[in-house]
Design a protein around this ligand. Sequence first.
Ligand code: TYD
Length: 139
Amino acid sequence: MNNKPYLLKLPPKGDERGWLVAVEGLKEIPFEIKRIFYIYGTKGDAVRGQHANRRSEFVLINVCGECKVRTDNGCGEKEIFWLNKPHEGLYIPRLCWKDMFDFSENSILLCLASEGYDSSEYIRDYDAYCAEMKGIHHG
Ligand code: TYD
């Protein structure tokens, strides 16, 4: 099972006025976009996320400021991504644990999702998540 996150370069279009980034579902974004939400005004010591989703895939774009995202596949593979460019996105597949932290005061984290909101698809218990993933990875 592949639940590995990766960075996406989003091509900025520039002219003498400045920059513009445009993305479309199934083009720059590897799924159809069904939902958009954004996170802002986050306290510097706050940790958000702390869950995995059974169905939703995400692309996270820090369009202003910066934050970090720690990902975890439940089997010991952990990565930290520093999101600090409006033309870079982090693709997060299904069943990937994520924590967002170290938000700058001005951070606006734009989140594109493949599904509408459904709280029942969230796994919020880390130990239960790891147990489930070990079962999936090791058959
Ligand atoms: P939460 O899952 O805690 O956000 P994060 O992933 O950043 O830690 O969501 C915060 C609140 O917002 C919670 O009451 C659920 C609600 N919410 C929605 O109503 N729709 C959404 O698409 C999302 C992501 C959250």
